[in-house]
Design a protein around this ligand. Structure first.
Ligand code: XMP
Length: 312
């Protein structure tokens, strides 16, 4: 659906100014296109009364926190990098149930890390990049998105002491990208592949530990490098919770399994599987099975539905 970007941007800037008044707001930037657009809108509306923070939750891809801070610096928007790795890792320790993992991330983010940040900064508002698809899927009970609160009946004012503003809640991903281009964001941000808020935790079946994060992070870097020019909607690596027998250095090895997924979609509500060349898949498999402890690499052929794109 084509949107009138000028009208949308002007309207959101007016609304943000009216809602925030003379108070200050915080934005949690993740580097995805949604939170990037929200940060630029917030910066345009509020200038220095918007504090932009990148929370390093230990679940990000290789060099992602530093790269995002750098890109926004180049646009003249200062982003503070906050190291909350220990807090997230300890909240996730021992958890294997998908909903419990998501809940631990939501809770650590909103009530601990962000609650503290907001209290320290005195900000009364949190700008968030929730989009229409997040709301629909959460309300439909398909998945608990980490950034949905009011739709689940949680009142952030009462629960956490601040209000959440969601300027993109009428847009889907394609609309957000149109607005990003209109705002002049660099391509690396406007065309950025979707990446979930709970980050690599959605790609680890079973417990999220620093070691397992290292494994899926290394596999993710390989998949992203090999498929960068494939033009697909989203491609990713998943670490399963199963083990398989293999052979390394002439010895039997009980090793880990990585699944590679590459999907075509318009807005992530439905998705089909792409057909990378055999050579590409072969190269990915050879590289992934060089990661320490990984001796099997699978390609997932399941569309959405019945599967979802992520595994957790
Ligand atoms: P699924 O796995 O539900 O994913 O088919 C649909 C799209 O949404 C992304 N995704 C998320 N994004 N918070 C987000 O911000 C989440 O909790 C979340 N879960 C999935 C996923 O990467 C895909 O693009």
């Amino acid at each position: 659906m084509a949107i009138d970007c000028r009208q949308f941007v002007d309207g959101q800037i007016r609304d943000l100014r009216a809602r925030v008044g003379n108070e200050t707001a915080i934005t949690a930037l993740s580097g995805g296109v949604d939170s990037s657009v929200v940060t630029v809108l917030g910066h345009k509306a509020l200038g220095p009364r918007l504090k932009a923070v990148f929370v390093d939750n230990a679940l990000m891809r290789e060099n992602e926190p530093q790269r995002v801070v750098e890109m926004f610096g180049e646009m003249g928007i200062k982003v503070d990098l906050m190291d909350a790795r220990e807090e997230f890792l300890s909240a996730l320790a021992g958890l294997t149930d998908p909903e419990q993992k998501r809940h631990a991330i939501t809770d650590t983010f909103y009530s601990k890390v962000f609650g503290r940040l907001v209290r320290e900064s005195g900000a009364k508002f949190l700008l968030h990049g929730t989009i229409l698809t997040d709301i629909e899927e959460t309300v439909a009970g398909i998945k608990r998105q980490h950034n949905i609160l009011t739709q689940l009946g949680i009142q952030p004012e009462e629960a956490y002491g601040y209000s959440v503003l969601e300027p993109l809640m009428t847009l889907r991903k394609d609309g957000v990208r149109e607005v990003a281009r209109f705002l002049g964001l660099p391509k690396e941000l406007s065309e950025r592949m979707p990446f979930p808020g709970p980050a690599l935790a959605t790609r680890i079946v079973g417990e999220v530990t620093p070691e397992r994060l290292d494994t899926v992070r290394a596999a993710t870097a390989i998949v992203e490098e090999e498929l960068i020019d494939c033009g697909a909607f989203q491609y990713l690596a998943v670490l399963l919770n199963d083990m398989a027998t293999g052979i390394r250095d002439n010895r039997r090895e009980f090793g880990q399994i990585i699944v590679v997924r590459c999907m075509e979609s318009v807005d992530a509500r439905e998705a089909t599987v792409t057909r990378p060349s055999w050579e590409t898949l072969d190269r990915i498999s050879k590289r992934i099975t060089q990661i320490k402890g990984v001796n099997r690499c699978l390609y997932d052929l399941t569309p959405k539905p019945p599967a979802t794109i992520e595994y957790v």
